[in-house]
Ligand binder design. Structure first.
Ligand code: 5GP
Ligand code: ZN
Length: 115
């Protein structure tokens, strides 16, 4: 989708520090990390947010969450981690392309995280 920041990252029009990529999913480091490890998992397909999900996205969502576990392992988050997705205005979503924050690397309560 035009003028979508994360679609531009998918297309390589905006650089990102990639951690994992396959045909349908991209994982890259958050530009403003809220924890020692903070990456974003996104579908390459534009979906505005979790509020736009439809039954046909079930496999994609399962894949994103399975990928979170795989990336957490690769980033040595053996002590634990968190995934969060913010939705629309009250959910503090600032980028309108579905993404899961994967956070870890410390006891997350110490960061007062809301995602
Ligand atoms: P939200 O607030 O929508 O849940 O999360 C958006 C996230 O995207 C924020 O954590 C923010 O730091 C991150 N972000 C915003 N712009 C960029 C960018 O250009 N590159 C990267 N890597 N992350 C970004
Ligand atoms: Zn997009």
């Amino acid at each position: 989708m035009e003028n979508c920041l994360f679609c531009k990252i998918v297309k390589g029009e905006i650089p990102s520090e990639k951690v994992y990529e396959d045909e349908s999913v991209l994982v890259f480091r958050d530009i403003n990390p809220a924890a020692p490890v903070h990456v974003l998992l996104i579908p390459k397909e534009h979906i505005g947010g979790a509020d736009e999900l439809k039954p046909e996205h079930s496999d994609l969502i399962a894949k994103l969450i399975l990928t979170a576990g795989k990336v957490a392992e690769e980033l040595s988050l053996s002590n634990g981690w968190r995934i969060v997705t913010n939705v629309l205005e009250d959910g503090d979503q600032t980028v309108r392309h579905l993404h899961f924050h994967l956070l870890g690397g410390a006891k997350l309560g110490d960061f007062g995280l809301k995602g």
